[in-house]
Design a protein around this ligand. Structure first.
Ligand code: 5GP
Ligand code: ZN
Length: 118
């Protein structure tokens, strides 16, 4: 059992690293939904946004600074990219370690929500 993304952070589960620093780790999604699909996780386990307190302000800043670095490293910053957090079951969260999806590498990423097409 345990947390899959904690196992990726520890190296017990292999992943394709895109970026890391002392706060966050970024790796390719195993089931990419766009040419570039990277996940950014903080080294500190937090279930999702519902658990956050004021003590996590720095953590969230560190995650989004990691997002910016990944966008630059992968090149998606040039044309634009989408950042998604699936928070809770209705949003499709299946890994209960807060993570940010970075999606890009397309000319047009399409409608924000597939259930509400433009
Ligand atoms: P969620 O739906 O919780 O927001 O996103 C979980 C993501 O983790 C999914 O996009 C899924 O493809 C990805 N994922 C699940 N298992 C693994 C794994 O073992 N390795 C990697 N790299 N990604 C995974
Ligand atoms: Zn975890």
């Amino acid at each position: 059992m345990g947390c899959l993304f904690c196992n990726i952070l520890s190296g017990a589960t292999p992943s394709e690293k895109v970026y890391e620093d002392d706060k966050v780790f970024a790796f390719k999604d195993i089931n990419p939904q766009a040419p570039v699909h990277v996940l950014v996780v903080h080294r500190v386990h937090t279930k999702n946004l519902d658990e956050l307190t004021a003590d996590n302000s720095a953590m969230m800043g560190e995650i989004f600074l990691g997002v910016k670095d990944v966008a630059r490293i992968t090149g998606v910053d040039k044309k634009g990219y989408r950042v998604i957090i699936n928070n809770g079951a209705a949003a499709g969260q299946v890994i209960w370690h807060l993570h940010v999806h970075i999606l890009g590498g397309e000319e047009d990423l399409g409608p924000m929500l597939s259930i509400r097409p433009n």
